[in-house]
Design a protein around this ligand. Structure first.
Ligand SMILES: [Zn+2]
Length: 460
């Protein structure tokens, strides 16, 4: 329960990060990456009015409205605010606890450029809904949140915060209850049965709501046939090719990955699965940020993310990272590369790839910093910078069914924008150089938000 004093402090905090409060704003001499995958456009003027994008065009062709706050952004690029689909409001430092991070995480997400996010599973019950309400009311800074209900999972998960479904009727009841409390998304987990998943999907779809899954007991093909809308973690959670897989039983995630890694992405069984997912309209969520933390040779979390951690949490993270770097724990480069190849192949066949960070694992995935890293990892995986940005913006909006109002820079859409120094179309790492994040036309100071939560991740 948040105290009145904390609420007031938070409210004052929101204001102190706003550096562009004006209702009419003109961004001039700026490079535009619009989120559709189209080539960047130089020398543009973008006019924002009352929270929406009112006009865009080459400098000099767009009249600057009287009274507009003009920001000369020469040398900068404006991108759509990120729409990230596997986020959390809890943090896992690899110690078995899942503390809610209602203070630092909303701030970090917005500071990193995320203006809309879906929580990919909820350990906080009502907390997540109340955080959304507070952000929407302007009482704390943060992205627009599509709140997922508590996980849908059967018995067998060693996490005390997750309910164990009793049966099919229980799955239906749970969806109906959380939908009535405001959940707009659902997530099935590793130990659900096909019948429970089918019931959950039916109940969610009856309300126009979508279901995703981080699966194991149910294969990707089975879930697609049951009508699931989205699958998490790329192909890392597929158990489709495990020999002797028992129906409704999780054979262990490693068994699934090993079986998949043994097959060529161009082989017939894999091509058939990918095509089946595409035909069924199942989106795939890439979460390479959490996956890379277990691969030797991948870099440590960036300096800003390390500084954001509580010192004890940082120390345990760095110890584990060093064990992974030595090859003492973790997964293989071959497995990681095979999984990223499958994400590319899925897109090549016409599938909708979306992205999220999943700030879990053993603590190295810190929101904000990780959202930028997620886009960089898509480029490392072989996507062009413009394609990676599209995956992180318009594709996410398209999945949410909100592509009419968010996800790209177009007249009439919400003024959700990220302003960075440099040109990420040429140098993707420039997305780390965020200056301003606009949410519905209000401009926030990214650095000030990042600074305000130094040393607290792992704590609050
Ligand atoms: Zn997750």
């Amino acid at each position: 329960m948040l105290s009145i004093a904390l609420l007031l402090a938070v409210a004052q905090g929101t204001q102190s990060f706003v550096v562009v409060p004006d209702s009419v704003v003109a961004l001039t001499h700026v490079r535009v990456i619009d989120g559709t995958g189209a080539k960047e456009r130089e020398g543009q003027t973008v006019v924002l009015r009352n929270g929406t994008i009112a006009a865009i065009g080459p400098d000099g062709t767009i009249p600057i409205p009287d009274g507009a706050a003009v920001h000369d952004l020469a040398g900068r690029t404006v991108l759509p605010g990120y729409v990230m689909l596997h986020e959390h409001l809890f943090y896992v430092a690899g110690n078995g606890a899942y503390p809610t991070h209602s203070v630092s995480f909303p701030m970090l997400y917005l500071a990193g450029g995320v203006t809309t996010m879906r929580t990919g599973g909820n350990m906080g019950g009502y907390t997540d809904f109340n955080i959304k309400t507070m952000i929407d009311a302007g009482r704390m800074p943060g992205p627009d949140i599509d709140v997922t209900a508590p996980y849908l999972n059967g018995p067998g998960l060693p996490i005390p915060g997750v309910k164990a479904l009793r049966d099919v009727a229980d799955a239906t009841k749970m969806v109906e209850y959380w939908a009535s409390e405001g959940a707009t998304s659902f997530k099935a987990y590793m130990q659900i049965t096909r019948a429970e998943l089918a019931a959950a999907i039916k109940a969610a779809h009856a309300r126009g709501l979508k279901v995703t899954g981080h699966l194991c007991s149910v294969t990707y093909r089975e879930a697609a046939d049951l009508g699931i809308d989205n699958l998490e973690h790329g192909f890392f959670a597929s158990t489709d090719f495990v020999v002797d897989k028992q129906p409704d039983r999780c054979p262990g995630a490693q068994a699934g990955r090993s079986a998949l890694t043994a097959l060529d992405p161009k082989s017939q069984p894999i091509q058939e699965l990918l095509q089946h997912l595409v035909q069924r309209g199942v989106a795939i969520t890439s979460t390479l940020t959490v996956m890379e933390t277990r691969v030797p040779g991948q870099p440590k979390a960036p300096a800003g993310a390390l500084a954001a951690m509580l010192p004890e949490v940082r120390a345990q993270y760095e110890r584990t990272w060093e064990r992974v770097a030595r090859g003492a724990v973790g997964r293989t480069r071959e497995e990681y590369d095979r999984m990223t190849a499958l994400e590319r192949e899925f897109v090549r066949l016409g599938g909708l790839l979306v992205v999220g960070t999943d700030p879990t694992g053993y603590g190295g995935v810190v929101p904000g910093y990780a959202n930028q890293r997620a886009i960089e990892l898509l480029v490392d995986a072989g996507f062009s910078p413009l394609a990676a940005i599209q995956i992180a913006t318009l594709n996410g909006a398209t999945y949410l069914g909100r592509q009419g109002t968010i996800g790209s820079i177009a007249v009439g859409k919400d003024a959700d924008l990220v302003v960075v120094e440099g040109n990420p179309a040429e140098q993707i790492h420039d997305i780390e150089r965020v200056e301003l994040v606009f949410k519905k036309g209000i401009g926030y100071d990214s650095s000030a938000m990042f600074r305000s939560v130094r040393g607290v991740v792992g704590w609050k």
